[in-house]
Design a protein around this ligand. Structure first.
Ligand SMILES: Nc1ncnc2c1ncn2[C@@H]1O[C@H](COP(=O)(O)OP(=O)(O)O)[C@@H](O)[C@H]1O
Ligand SMILES: [Mg+2]
Length: 317
């Protein structure tokens, strides 16, 4: 493992440590977080960057499955129990520059991170010896998830075009806004915002809550955080897109966020539904490895190229 760690370091050469933390989240499960996390990881690694994917999905760790690897007995539990540092758990993969941290594989009782555990984990993630650390999170807006999402340099929120997923995506965004506001509000002001939000939800199920108009009149909440959030915006990805209407969904979700939440999100683009994705999991070979020159691979390449600095584009896929 040490040799592999050294190999990963070589791609950083003598650069200062400036690991970028990318976090992949979703409101609903089964929408493609693991597929997107691993695809972003493979794409960045093909561009010559060292990447460590950290599997933090407590309910169903399967980064190893999607990468076609056997689960390692050394997993993130050893970090939380204090037996290993996070860096010691980084396992090389057969793919150049790509490593991963195995998620919980040997736990048969539901496990959950505490808020404090996540706060302690964030600096450790940023210290990992890789150009990019990609976290594959579990579904849902748990407070620990929101805290990690807030700390990310790039925040990917995955939805499918299904109404169930869209609805939970808005709920995730609302939770994220609330979580971010909490740090900028007096406890009273935050409490009264939450009760207004709850009343609103009981009355009008159809419309999102307008944080924009609420905050205009609210006292005790400093809302300049919206500007801070727009410097590292939530990047929406519509996965499993089957037609043009699905592709355009991201634009309307973006304008809903603008209108009601005053939150400028970025639509990072859509990823096609492709049977080759789940078929490749069955044969334990990632679709971007088995078929590197497809439109699907091109969609991930375009997303990565948009986000990394032009001078970082060292190689071509
Ligand atoms: N773009 C896609 N086209 C076809 N199948 C997909 C696509 N994205 C994900 N899948 C399949 O959907 C299922 C759920 O994806 P997964 O990445 O495990 O979701 P999550 O991590 O959000 O639970 C898997 O069987 C996966 O192979
Ligand atoms: Mg997953």
């Amino acid at each position: 493992m040490d040799q592999a760690v050294l190999d990963f370091k070589t791609s950083r050469e003598n650069k200062e440590q400036d690991t970028k933390l990318w976090v992949v989240a979703s409101g609903k499960g089964g929408v493609g977080k693991t597929f997107v996390s691993t695809s972003l990881g493979i794409t960045l690694s093909k561009l010559g960057h060292s990447v460590a994917i950290v599997d933090l999905d407590l309910s169903g760790s399967n980064v190893h499955t999607v990468l076609g690897l056997s689960p390692s007995h050394m997993n993130i539990r050893h970090y939380f129990e204090g037996a290993k540092t996070l860096q010691e758990l980084v396992i090389p993969t057969p793919f150049p520059h790509l490593s991963y941290v195995q998620g919980f594989w040997d736990s048969w009782t539901p496990t959950d991170f505490s808020y404090t555990q996540i706060q302690n984990l964030i600096p450790e993630l940023k210290k990992l010896r890789a150009d990019y650390v990609i976290v594959d999170m579990g579904a849902g807006a748990l407070e620990a998830h929101l805290e990690l999402f807030k700390a990310a340099d790039e925040k990917f929120l995955i939805t499918t075009p299904e109404p169930t997923s869209i609805e939970k995506t808005y709920r995730f965004i609302e939770s994220f806004v609330c979580h971010s506001l909490k740090a900028n509000a007096t406890p009273d002001a935050y409490g009264s915002m939450i009760s207004t939000l709850r009343n609103h939800r009981q009355r009008t199920l159809a419309k999102p809550f307008s944080f924009r108009s609420y905050l205009k009149d609210a006292s005790g909440i400093h809302c300049d955080f919206f500007e801070a959030l727009s410097s590292t915006p939530v990047r929406l990805i519509v996965n499993s897109s089957r037609n043009q209407a699905n592709e355009e969904l991201g634009f309307s979700m973006k304008s809903v966020c603008n209108k009601y939440y005053d939150l400028g999100i970025d639509y990072a683009g859509s990823i096609d539904y492709d049977n080759a994705v789940w078929q490749s999991v069955r044969v334990r070979e990632h679709v971007l490895v088995a078929q590197p020159f497809t439109p699907l691979a091109g969609q991930f390449l375009a997303t990565c190229k948009q986000l990394i600095a032009p001078e970082e584009l060292r190689a071509v896929v």
